[in-house]
Each structure stands twice: as C-alpha cells, then as structure tokens.
Design a protein around this ligand. Sequence first.
Ligand code: DGJ
Length: 727
Amino acid sequence: MSAESLAPAPELLHLRAAGAALVLDLSGDTLPRVLHWGPDLGELSAAHLHALRQASLRQPIGFSIDQPVEVSVLPEQSAGWLGTPGLVGNRGGADFSSAFRVAGSELVADERGAGDRPGTLVVHARDTAAALGLTLTIELTPEGLVRQRAAVTNLADTAFAVDAVNLTLPVPPAAVELLDFTGHHLRERSPQRSAFTQGLRVRENRTGRTGFDAAYLLAAGTQGFGNRGGDVWAVHTAWSGNHRTFAERTFHSVALLGSGELLLSGEVLLGPGESYSTPWLYGAYGRGLDEVSARFHRHLRARPYHPSSPRPVVVNTWEAVYFDQDLDRLKRLADTAAAVGAERFVLDDGWFGARRDDRRALGDWYVSDEVWPEGLGPLTDHVTALGMQFGLWVEPEMINEDSDLARAHPDWIMATGARLPGAARNQQVLDLARPEAYAYILRRLDDLLTTYPISYLKWDHNRDLVEAGHQPSGRAGVHDQTLAVYRLLDELRSLHPGVEIESCSSGGGRVDLGILERTDRVWVSDCIDALERQQIQRWTNVLVPLELMGTHVGSPVSHTTGRSHPLDFRAGTALFGHFGIEWDLTSATPEDLERLTQWVALYKELRPLLHSGTSVHGDHADPAYQVHGVVAEDGSEAIYALVARGTSELYPTGLVRLPGLDPDTVYRVRPQAPGDVPDGNAHHWGMHLPWWTEEGVTLPGSVLSEAGVQAPTLYPERLVLVRATRA
Ligand code: DGJ
C-alpha cells in the first residue's frame, strides 16, 4: 500500500460507501472501537456523531471492573474485555497482556487512490511496558466492504513469541442466527446454521490450506435471514493456511465476529525489530446474503488484475483420460473439443517424470521421455493450431518419497525432524521456505513456461499439512509455507504476466481471498455431478463471482457419485461459472456433441452478462426447488435457472419469484434454448411448462420479482433456463 498521508484521522470517523457505513471511535488513546457497522446512516454532523457515541457508551455493571468495558477491534484485557484476546503472546513468559496506546492515526490513500473517499485509516500504537508496536489498517472499500489487518512489531532486543492476533468486528444484538460452512472432498462449502447464543463458536482450520471444511464465510443475522432478506453481517478470513474464524457473544451484550491466523506452537518468534502481519479480515453487511455477496463480487471485480478477457471454454483431460496420456488420443480429444467450440485445452496430471499413477514423481517437473518422447511440443502445436490455448497441471508444493527429488534431498520434506508425517495420497509436502527448494521449483516452473506456449497453470495441492515442520530444527512451518507459496505465485506472475493460474486443492480445498489475490480462478470441486454442483456452486458463489469459479460439464454418468444426468442438466449447471468440459468427448454420441455445441455457443453469448452481472438467489420456500440467476448491473437483462433438485411436495410447483430485477423496467420473459426443454416424455406424466412460456410474458420487474410467475413442474434433477430482456 502506498503510504501517501491524506490527513490526520478525526476523533469520530464516519465512513460511508455503497449503502454501508462504519463509524469508528478514535477518541482518547485506546485502540479504535466500532460504534456502528451496518446500513448507511445518512449524513451525520459532528454533533450527531458525538451524540451517537454518548448513546452507545456501555454502563459499568455490578461486581465487574469499575470502568465501562471498551471492546476495540483488537480487544484487550487491559480495557476490561475478558473474552478472546486480540493479542496472545509473551516475552519469556511475561508481557502476556497488552495495553496499546495510540500514538497517532492518519488517513492514507491505498493502491486505488482515495478518490472522493476519506482514505484508509492507519493507526499507530505502542505498548511501552511490553515493548511492542502495533499498526492497524482499517478500510471501508468503495463497495462497502470493511477490511482490516494488524502488524505487531517487537521493539525490544529479546524475542517476543506471538501465539495469536485476532481482529474483530461487532454485530448488534439483533444478530441471533449464524451461518457458516463445512464440507469435505467432493462436498465443499456445505452450509450449517445455528443459534448465536452466548459463548464462543470458533471454527479452526489446521489443514495448512484453506480447507474443505473452512468456515469460509461466517455470517450473523436477524432471525431467519435469507438470500434476499434479513440483516446480515458476515466475515471472511483471507488466508490460505491455518486460520480461525469465530463468533462470540457475552453477557455484557457484546457480540463479535473475528478472525486470525491459527499459529502453531513456536511458529512466530519475533526477533528484535521484526514484525508479524495478520491476514485481512473482511466484513460485509447486507440486506440478505445476495447483498453481502455483491459487495465481495464488486470488490474482486474492481481489482486491477481481475481477469478481464472473456473466460475461455476449457477442456480438461483429467476425467477424460486420467493418467492414460497418449499423444494420438489427446489429439483426437483436442479435435473434438475444438469442434464443439472449446478455447483452452488443459493437460492434467501425468505428463512428467515417472508419473504414471498417483504414487510417484511429484517434484520431478521434467516432461516424461517415456510418454512424451518428443516433449510436449507435438501436443501444444496441435492444440494451438486448432486455435485453443494450452494449459498445464502442476502441484509445486508437493513431493513423493518415490521421486528423484526426494532421493536427492530428503531434508526438503516438511517434517518435525524426528519422523516423516504419514503420507496422504502417497505424498509429502515440499518445504518451500527452504531457499534451495524454493529456487528449484521456481526454476522448473519458469523453464516450462518459457519452453512451451503455456497460458494457464492448474495449480494443485492434494494433501493437508500434517506435522509440517522445517528439517532439521523441527520448528512448525505452516505459517512460513503459506507465505512462501504466496511469494512463489507472485514471483511467477511477475516473470510471466500473461499466464493465468487456477487454485485447485483436491477440488475446492483452497478457496479464499488470499489465494485469489494471486490466482485467476478456483476449481470449485472434484465433484462435477450436476446435482451436487448446484449446491456447491451456490455456496462458493456467496463469496466468489462466477467468472472465478471453474464449472465443468462431466460425463453422462458422474465419476464421483455414479448418478446419471442428461446433458441439459449438466450443461445448464456448468453455465453459471467459468464453463468447461471434463468428459471423454471422443466417446460422446453425435447428438450429445451437437447439443454440447449449442450449450458452448450459449455460454459464449451469455458470458458478458454472467461475468459482470449481479448473482441473485431466490428464497423459494420449497427446498426441492432452487432459483438462481444473474441480473445485468444496469438491470437491462437477466438469466435464471429454475432447478428441481428433487421431487416436490407441491404439484404443480406454483409461483416462483425472479429476484433482483429493476422494479421499474418492463421485461419480456421467455425460456432460453437449449435449456428450455424440461424432459423427453415428462409431459405424459403431467410435467408441463406453464402456459406463459409458449409466447413469453411481458411484465414489470416489480411483478416478476415480487409476485413471480408459474414455475415449470419438472422431473427431479432437471432445470429450465429463463431469460428476461428489457421489452
Ligand atoms: C486433484 C484435482 O482436484 C483433480 O482435478 C486432478 O487434477 C487430480 N488432482 C490430479 O491428480
């Protein structure tokens, strides 16, 4: 961040953006307290801000400390807070509790400049007794997202051990319900709801990656909040290593959402003058989850490095051929892919060293002589001659014990020192914090990117970090590893600026805003069963916009669930994302190829809308029926999927609202081909499209979004697309 100072911060700082507001109390020398985080409060005079502070001052209570408890963004016991501390650490056993005093606060311009915004708040504080410095950075982005981070500096000449630095944002008493996420391989980002009662709900992730079961987004809201309604306050920890996200409510009428990196014992020991920085804690307030998501999506889209070219149709070889890499077979796949309209061909695992299965060779990043006697050139030439980009799979952070690399450098494997961690998918973790290992990997990747016309890397990461220490010391190394991976990605991107990178981690095990600062899309899940994907994609999209979500059409029978789905359901599901195909197209029927070509064409026609519009999700009462779509930012058009996930209690399905349309615009609404056919012989069983679909219907957005239209009654596990265009 540029440190251009704009002004000293006022005592009461009122930040407003995109219908959200943050009011910070910077009076006195204690750390900043949030007086309000939520909906915009309108213009407030200095007198009103002072009155707001008076009105929200907490009174002391019996048999507690005599001063009102002050809860800052980095809560401290010294200010009377007895919940989760902001800073946990010690200097040789002492200085366990901090008492930071603010030395100065300023408003500075960030990398996007300040425009007409007041700027980013930077607070400099010091705990003289503990000899610690603290810098807090707090911002309300133009999209109305709050983000904050902290840096702690050791000002003494002895070491200070940092165990945790937690940042928080308060939510009002009306936030009584929590939503967060869990999951596992093939079922990422599964929602779970609970009451926000007194106590601490802490979601810890110790997998050394973001994790399948990460909290992802932790939202607190008013009773029954949904996609379109209720007040919601949500936080996200932008970190791809161990982390903690929590919700805490105390009897003092304090309710907080917070987060921090989860540091392993001894992991951060600050020498004299050294600093530790936290990940960004993001917070979004919205009326309904869709508004929360829109803030994240707009923020990501405003980044200067956000992918701006049309997201190419991908063909990935994994579920098509697995490890059976054969030039002729892959050329035939590429020919068929190009014929249906694919634009990027990605060669997955199995092209290097002795990698003929998943038991060996990670680390040996040299093209296999056995499988590719002439190198990858014949394939890359063929692919590029067909007009497609070429992409390559890599897994740079990993090493097999059965590899030339591990035989040459056994000490490059992350371990406690005394023993190797148990293998996972037959592999271990390469210690990238070791300069020689880092340099080797950077060289290998740089060499591949220089030798071949590779425009895309699928960057995989297929195991948890277990007992991940540095050899020979045995010190815990997840923190260092996370930073080293970030550094490696940054360095590679600056060496090869045009190359796009996908974050894959056994599917969607590394999806967070930290990794997305240096990658161009995430692989949502290894499960491409369209029924499962409806859920996984819906909830991945709560944070990540569609253009950053890899969504593929799989084979007629899903490889991970055994379910069969017709092509229209598979393709209509993959449409809402960065579309791709992961299916041995050389075995597809001519009818399927013809239909797939139509779907690819529709994706190409719709991608400007899908990848710039607002994602919307209905609150349909029937859980078997799901409505989601994308509305253009200017409200001129929209595309919806009406999805029957199962059989319904209702017959016919009844009215369905098309959310997010401009109430004052009149739209013509029609089913959209090729996703407009409910199913072959469904009509024999009374499953019809409603009457209005024959001619389409013309109605104002207010009617479509508030009253709705009759929904088609569908077979389970089917969908119909509906398009709305300004009449
Ligand atoms: C796990 C990924 O999620 C898959 O898509 C595939 O790339 C395999 N790894 C390859 O080993």
